[in-house]
Design a protein around this ligand. Structure first.
Ligand SMILES: *[C@@H]1O[C@H](CO)[C@@H](O)[C@H](O)[C@H]1NC(C)=O
Ligand SMILES: *[C@@H]1O[C@H](CO)[C@@H](O)[C@H](O)[C@H]1NC(C)=O
Ligand SMILES: *[C@@H]1O[C@H](CO)[C@@H](O)[C@H](O)[C@H]1NC(C)=O
Ligand SMILES: *[C@@H]1O[C@H](CO)[C@@H](O)[C@H](O)[C@H]1NC(C)=O
Ligand SMILES: *[C@@H]1O[C@H](CO)[C@@H](O)[C@H](O)[C@H]1NC(C)=O
Ligand SMILES: *[C@@H]1O[C@H](CO)[C@@H](O)[C@H](O)[C@H]1NC(C)=O
Length: 263
């Protein structure tokens, strides 16, 4: 396969031509940043295709080549001996509740719900494009979950992210296409997103970057999960004017590390 053909299937260059089949672009939500993000994406895509044409062989999706981004105040690195198993773009909502009986209440995070898109190949081949994907993903609402693609890309669904209780983020990465594993997790380490991280629809800050450890019962040897390169998702500072429960749109990269079970 020619490199440019791989790129087309990876990044959805075919849908660049078939523009009318894209999911609806969220013009309102995208302001003021959306147009720039989308044109930045297509400029980068065009450049990759130009470079791809000149390559003798197709790029290989070798996850050992992928490098996880580091926050200004870094998270603890993955534990020794772990290897990278999967990289996904998560697109969904962070859920919050407000105690309406309390005039000084602040929003509490109660969960999240997101679709995970397989970005392993992009992570190992085009790190600069990968970095842009959460920001890009935030510009599009997901349509019918089952068949939805991520905006103008052809990234394939690799799983679902939700919470099983308020302290257990869960990742189901077993789909018809990929059997990567399932993991309930617990937060292990947290750091602020960079100051220039992409903001959400209403100007919400990007949610923190996290390191999670899997709980017992996880499958596929999944040990640690990182949420990085976040876009949007933070709650307002106070509950003033908020309903009892609400959602904030977000996107992020999730990096899944596997290894023999830790002592
Ligand atoms: C995207 O989803 C949000 C939240 O559900 C909704 O308010 C908004 O109208 C949607 N926009 C488009 C273009 O579908
Ligand atoms: C999907 O994920 C698996 C596991 O990380 C990886 O081997 C595969 O190359 C990925 N496919 C794409 C198109 O990224
Ligand atoms: C109201 O919310 C504030 C801020 O979260 C909290 O410190 C306080 O204890 C709450 N009061 C009651 C009565 O729940
Ligand atoms: C979060 O929002 C989603 C989408 O509306 C909903 O299905 C889910 O039940 C919510 N989760 C929580 C914990 O409120
Ligand atoms: C949430 O679920 C985890 C894993 O099943 C469990 O260890 C933890 O005690 C639960 N926490 C609460 C508050 O129910
Ligand atoms: C967790 O992350 C912070 C950065 O927010 C770092 O300073 C801290 O040392 C880390 N490690 C632990 C074990 O808390």
């Amino acid at each position: 396969m020619y490199a440019s053909t791989l790129l087309v299937s990876l990044l959805g260059a075919s849908t660049v031509i078939a523009a009318p089949t894209w999911p609806a672009f969220n013009w309102d939500a995208a302001k003021p940043d959306g147009l720039n993000t989308v044109s930045e994406y297509f400029n980068m895509l065009a450049q990759k295709i130009e470079v791809g044409k000149l390559m003798a062989t197709a790029p290989v999706c070798d996850l050992s080549k992928a490098q996880m981004a580091v926050a200004p105040t870094p998270l603890d690195p993955p534990s020794a001996g772990l290897t990278l198993k999967h990289v996904a773009i998560g697109r969904g909502t962070q859920n919050y509740t407000c105690d309406l009986t309390n005039a000084t209440a602040v929003p509490l995070q109660v969960g999240a719900l997101a679709t995970l898109f397989n970005a392993s190949c992009v992570a190992s081949t085009y790190p600069d494009l990968l970095q842009l994907l959460p920001k890009l993903a935030l510009q599009f609402n997901l349509t019918a979950q089952e068949n939805s693609r991520m905006g103008p890309t052809n990234l394939i669904i690799s799983g679902k992210h939700f919470f099983t209780n308020t302290t257990t983020p869960f990742f189901n990465l077993d789909t018809n296409q990929y059997k990567i594993g399932e993991a309930g997790c617990a937060k292990n380490n947290q750091t602020d997103a960079p100051a220039d991280a992409p903001k959400g629809y209403m100007g919400e800050k990007a949610v923190p970057w996290l390191k999670l450890k899997t709980r017992t019962g996880s499958t596929g040897n999944l040990q640690e999960v990182y949420r990085i390169e976040t876009a949007g998702g933070s709650a307002p500072a106070t509950c003033h004017g908020q309903p009892a429960a609400f959602e904030v749109q977000y996107s992020a990269q999730y990096w899944f590390w596997e290894g023999d079970s830790q002592a």
